[in-house]
Write a protein that binds this ligand. Structure first.
Ligand code: NCD
Length: 363
């Protein structure tokens, strides 16, 4: 199902890899267009509503009961791992996980390619979080070469591969749930089009903010405010992408500088696991200008939402965690992630229409 060699495929830029993938794997945020994003948000809402009743939940759990997923997460994860597990469970999938490369055959010297080929002998889908930005592309190529395939809407397609975070570069499903959260939070003021969104923290190595920036190509007149110290500022490739796709942006030197103007603030932690010292070796503190303080709530617009992909550390005042203010959405955001992942998996296996139809019957 793929006619170029692995080395040729891996050497292609993301924009060209996407043309081969044709939506059959989820590896890059740029692969989504507006129509797909709107549909996935609508489908997430439908999944959420349908599962409220016991009857709806039982129905959903039959949809993929003949499928098995492997959650291959060899980098730390709580939310992405758990929400994918829960999403699979909602759809009735069987699940296996591999979370530690040290106790897999990779530690015996097996190549990642051979490991993936092995996984695809047993399971029907792989969700993977890996430090190598190209691991997902490698897995897609192997899936596309495999004699095993899925029949989706009458068409033979490779077994689905979904990135649950690839190196410092991409976290496509996080950006999908971020879009869902933004659309819901900004619903009363016309959604994402025309809005100003501030991204704060480690923009250089934060895969969430990179993926979210890519998705902004789908919305009209969005302006991004990149709030970071120079060492953590957004990388040139994303700035170039913004220029090429009509996404306005400006770099700012503190949260306060843009706070009164923006419609959403997206906080991130310093990604110091990439400093070469290993995870948890020494947490770098967020500097004062990029820490969200409790009194900042008074400066935010009435509809402005405060987001964070989590985990967070000291970049948000802990006092905000239990304040009853509907603008603080980061805990809701993590729950939205589960529904978006249900929607995405349902779509990839072509059972999305069954969910929409069943909901229509019950309403
Ligand atoms: C993010 C990640 O892994 O990139 N976490 C997540 O998936 N929600 C953000 C982070 O680790 O800072």
């Amino acid at each position: 199902m793929i006619d170029i060699s692995i080395s040729e495929f891996l050497s292609l830029p993301e924009s060209e890899k996407i043309t081969h993938i044709k939506g059959q794997a989820v590896l890059y945020a740029q692969q989504f267009d507006r129509e797909q994003l709107d549909y996935l948000c609508e489908l997430s809402d439908a999944c959420r509503k349908l599962r409220k009743s016991k009857d709806g939940a039982d129905f959903m759990a039959t949809l993929l009961s003949d499928k098995t997923a492997l959650n291959f997460f060899v980098q730390p994860s709580s939310r992405t791992f758990l929400s994918f597990n829960m999403a699979q469970s909602i759809l009735g999938m069987r699940r296996m996980s591999l979370r530690d490369a040290k106790i897999s055959s990779i530690s015996k010297g097996e190549t990642l390619a051979d490991s993936i080929r092995t996984f695809l002998s047993y399971v029907d889908m792989i969700i993977m979080r890996h430090s190598d930005a190209d691991a997902g592309a490698l897995a897609y190529w192997i899936a596309a070469k495999s004699h095993r395939s899925e029949l989706v809407n009458g068409k033979k397609v490779p077994l689905p591969i979904i990135s649950g975070g690839s190196g410092t570069k991409q976290h496509p499903t996080q950006s999908l749930l971020d879009i869902y959260t933004l659309e819901k939070s900004l619903e009363e003021v016309g959604g994402i089009d025309g809005k100003k969104i501030m991204l704060v923290g480690d923009l250089k190595r934060g895969r969430t903010v990179r993926s979210l920036s890519y998705l902004m190509k789908n919305y009209k007149d969005v302006e991004l405010y990149f709030a970071a110290p120079e060492v953590y500022q957004m990388e040139e490739d994303i700035l170039q992408f913004c220029d090429d796709n009509g996404i306005k942006y400006k770099k700012i030197d503190s949260i306060k500088e843009g706070l009164e103007e923006v419609d959403a603030v997206y906080m991130t932690r310093i990604q110091d696991e990439w400093d070469g010292l290993g995870a948890g070796a020494g947490h770098v503190k967020a500097s004062d200008a990029f820490t969200f303080k409790k009194e900042y709530l008074d400066l935010m617009k009435p509809h402005c939402c405060l987001m964070h992909p989590l985990p967070k550390r000291d970049e948000i005042d802990v006092e905000l965690d239990y304040i009853d203010d509907k603008r603080i959405v980061y805990w809701r955001q993590e729950r939205n992630g589960m529904w978006m992942r249900v929607a995405l998996i349902a779509k990839l296996f072509g059972v999305d229409k069954d969910i929409i139809a069943r909901l229509a019957e019950t309403e």
